[in-house]
Design a binder for this molecule. Sequence first.
Ligand code: FE2
Length: 374
Amino acid sequence: MQNRREFLKNTAMLGMAAALPMNPVFGREMKQQKEWSFGVIPDTQWKTNMEAPFHGTAIHVIDAINAEMIRQKVDFVLEVGDLVEEASAIAFQTRAQHNKVLEDAEIEFYPLRGNHDSRNRINHVNCGAAVAQYKSAFPNLPGTPGNGGSSPDLPNAVGMTYSFTHKNGKFLLLDTFSLVDDGSEDGKAYGMADYQDWIDEQLKMDDHQFAMVFAHKDLLGQDHKDNVFSDNKVDQNIPVDVQNAFFASLQNNGVKYFICGHDHMYHHSHVKSPDGKSGVQQIICGSAAHKFYTPKAPFLERETPIAQELNRIGFLIIRVSENGIKTDYYSTEPFGDVPHSPTWTLRDRYGYFFNGDEFGKPEDSLRQFVRPAE
Ligand SMILES: [Fe+2]
């Protein structure tokens, strides 16, 4: 079996056209270019106004970010959940309709659900119906039959938790919200323990040079103290064995970034496992909504904060070159009640080289970090 470096060398020698897979969403051949990029949109839930034209999704923010994604010629856009305020057919369809400009520009959109996408507090919907509404708006995702990628072999996880490859990258999107109608009010969600074997299998495959892992909830939130492992807001280390296994899997397989939302702020940090043996960079990628949160104690010692920005609307563009990854965070003043074409400001830039070195000059970015007093 060839390792990743050999895989890339071999594909380069063969000529990329021979090695490139078909795009899983639109079935077209991928663009061929040495440098490429993709965008990451944070939460786009919009107020509790479920009336037209919003239907609980931040249509004007989405339109403005999509315009910038097109201008910057990203290959695809990924959203880390809370697409809408309350799960409903019209809400998901409205969110999906605002991707039409991306589709016209042949830019794929890869969604992931958040807590708001899995339930409706106004008009209760059971989890099976909520999943069906979501899938109807976002069909043919990787992991579903005939669309490439992979999903865990778990009931109803197909196309909800999934992986896909794009050029030399691999992307794992983890849905940790209710997927199985087990008769309970909220239904059953899968946890990281359910996904761990599939995560290991996906990360160990020789089909990528780098991999990134995405989920809605955080490793360690700043306002939110629930996290991707547990809803327990008091003990952020549980379940300890599950957390240790997840962090070890990411580190042992060379994953540098865990990218998430939920906290409605931009926050870059390094987070270690509860046992301190492994770690990963956490990027809480901002807010694309009306809502902004403020960090509050307690903060755990196993997190080292690096950079943070509050109370602005933003997104990431991650650029991939032959040598490594460059991560750009852009933001602007809050807006969204009416159509708006903001000026986006590059507020943070950092990254890593595939040889293991990292970069991010303080003078080039907002690399200062101020944590509120405890
Ligand atoms: Fe959210």
